[in-house]
Design a protein around this ligand. Structure first.
Ligand code: MG
Length: 201
């Protein structure tokens, strides 16, 4: 399986990164070894600036290639929450040199993945989600603020990559990204339900 990640899918996050708002989805991939579904995360030794990015996550339920916009919603049944952990210091160095940024984004355990909820229980056009760090709210997002919505992301990504059952799509982070330190506790809420709870070790 693979994890397809979308960059800069919220206008206010693109602004906080001093980045342009993209005209088409920005895509990168994390490998299966990036998945962390434990309640702890080991702070990686190679970075001094580990950032959280809370994201809505789609679980692909049906394999497809060149999926039409009209059929896109048939390819996922569950929505969850994850953190696209990013070694921001390394990412800046990669960006500066024009190098690929996998070292900063796709390392082991860089994708915290929480529980999933059946999409029938949600209004997919307007899901709200929230990240608390040590009980303080750091990020609040709403799916309606995405530049490219779920169906478009599935349609777009499937032109390049066959989407296989079990693949995950991280749909981008809203504003409010920031650093974590050893000992921090991160809790992710979808509507008011806790989907993950992870402590940095
Ligand atoms: Mg991200």
């Amino acid at each position: 399986m693979k994890i397809i990640c979308i960059g800069r899918n919220y206008v206010n996050h693109a602004k906080e990164m001093n980045s342009e708002v993209p005209k088409e989805p920005m895509i990168f991939i994390k490998p299966e070894t990036a998945i962390n579904n434990q309640d702890t995360l080991q702070y990686p030794i190679f970075t001094k600036s580990l950032h959280y990015e809370l994201e809505l996550v789609l679980k692909i339920s049906k394999t497809g290639k060149n999926i039409s916009l009209e059929n896109a919603s048939q390819h996922y049944q569950e929505i969850g929450l994850g953190i696209d952990f990013t070694a921001r210091d390394i990412q800046y160095k990669c960006k500066e040199k024009g190098h690929p940024w996998e070292k900063a984004k796709a390392f082991d355990d860089s994708a915290t993945v929480g529980a999933f909820v059946n999409k029938e229980k949600l209004n997919t056009q307007n899901i709200s989600f929230e990240l608390k760090l040590n009980d303080e709210t750091k990020q609040i997002g709403r799916s309606k603020d995405m530049i490219f919505d779920f169906d478009y992301l599935i349609h777009y990504a499937s032109q390049f990559f066959t989407l296989e059952e079990g693949d995950l799509i991280f749909t981008g982070t809203p504003e409010g990204v920031g650093e974590v330190k050893v000992g921090d506790k991160l809790v992710g809420y979808l509507e008011s339900e806790i989907l993950f709870n992870v402590t940095i070790n």
